[in-house]
Design a binder for this molecule. Sequence first.
Ligand SMILES: [Zn+2]
Length: 292
Amino acid sequence: MNRVAKAAAAALCSLALIAPVVQPSPAAGLTRVEQFSSTSSDAAHNAWWQGFNLLPPQVRGAIPRELRPADPAPQPAPPPAPEAPQGHPEPTPDTCDNCVAITFDDGPVGDTDRLLDMLKEKDAKATFFVVGSNAKANPKIMQRMRDEGHTIANHTYNHPRLPKLSDGAIGKQLDDTNAAIAETTGVTPRWMRPPYGMYDNRVVAASGDRGLAVALWDVDTSDWKHRDTAKTCKLAVEGAKPGSVILMHDIHRPTVDAVPCVIDGLREKGLRPVSMDRLISNPAAGTVYTRR
Ligand SMILES: [Zn+2]
C-alpha cells in the first residue's frame, strides 16, 4: 500500500467512527466500511459521504472506486401541501358492493303509505316508479317518499304500451309524469321504466332527451300474476345477486305484505337493499339498465 492509499484507509477508518453502527476491526476495516455502505441507515451513510468529500482530492482519488461511498440517499419528496377545502368533499368511489335495488311500480296508492312505514321500520330505501296520474292524486305520499330518501322515478302518465304510441305521445307521457312528480315533490327524475318493460329505440331516445335513463330489472317476482306473499319473497330473495334490480308492484297488497320478508332475506344473504340512486349513482340518460 503506498503512502496515499494508507492515508486514505486511515481517513476512512476515522470517518467510519462517525457512524455508530460501524466498528471497523483493524483486520477488516475496509470490508466493514463496504458493508456499511449497504447496511447502514441513510443518516449515517450521508454523514460518511459528507466526510469523504472533505478529504483532499488526491486522497479521495486513491481510494478504490468500490470503496467510495455511494451518492447520498435521495431525500424523499416532501408530501404535497394539502389542498385548501373547496366546499365539496372529494367524490368517494362508488362502492355499493352487495347492493340491490328494490323497486315498486304503478303507485302510489293508499297502501303505499303502509309500505313506507315498513321501509322506515327496516331502515331500507327503495325506488318508486310512479304513474303520473297516481302521483297527482297522492301528493302527500309522494312527499313522504321524497322526505324519507327513496328514489322517485317515471312510469308514464297512464301506463300505456309505449311502442304503440306516436313519438309525440311518448314524449307527452314522459313530460306529464315528470311534471306531476315535480309539482308534488320538486324532484326531477333521472329514471323511467316503460310499462310492461316494452320499449323501442324511440322510447329510449325520448327518455334520453329528457335526461332519463331506462331502468328494467333482472329479478322478476311476477307478483302481479300470483299475488302470493311467500312466493314474492322467495323469488325476490333467491333471484337477487349483488347489483340486482328487483321488480315488484306496490298496488298489490300481498306484495306489500312481503316487503319485511324480502328485506330480511336479502340482508341474511349479505345483500343491502338500496334505492336506484344509490345502486347506480350516475345513470347515463338514454341508456337501458337491467342491473348495476
Ligand atoms: Zn307498470
